[in-house]
Design a protein around this ligand. Sequence first.
Ligand SMILES: [Fe+2]
Length: 230
Amino acid sequence: MKRSLINRVIREAEELMAKHSFLLPPFGRYSLADWKNCNKANCQEIFDLGLGWDVTGFGKEDFFNYGLLLFTIRNGKAGSDIYTKPYAEKIMVVREEQVTLCHFHWHKQEDIINRGGGNLVIELSASDPATNSIKGGKFEITVDGEKRVMNSGDKLILTPGESVTLLPCHAHSFWAEKGSGTVLAGEVSMVNDDSTDNCFVLEKEALRFDPIEEDEEPYRLLCSEYSKWL
Ligand SMILES: [Fe+2]
């Protein structure tokens, strides 16, 4: 993915968050110079847990059709004595018909929340973590505390304010509904490890972190590249 595209979509995400009065922590506004001048020892938690900006095209080089912008606000680390938070929070920008590839998590239970903008379409399937495949059949989810029975392949639509609780075995793919506008989506979950806990069920070659082609200076650093730049 080109750095100029990453810079552009982060700037657009900042505009969308401002429109919805969603404020990021100060390190979300750090420039490369700010990072270089900060007390890095005091920021070790940010580096170790991969907090901050995250732009992925799942390795497909087609960001506006297959991609997602995220910002990890807080996180912990499974098994760590230092980072003991058992929870994580992200904010995400999901564009109309921009697909996050179908995946499940072996460990993470998560709530996905429509925090404003358009309607979020979530296609859900029962998965089998033992075989890393879609199992099919009926299963139960909760939408804001209300039980709902789904068939594998059903689409759930979350309008602004609504949220769904997904268990690790619930494979999910999502995008913003065409014509409804970009969605500002939240995620509140158990600790998150994007390097080991995403199983892309249908596209096993999908990349969670894309290689970056440096065609201009970074506007913001991504959570996956602090060690490269600092
Ligand atoms: Fe997920």
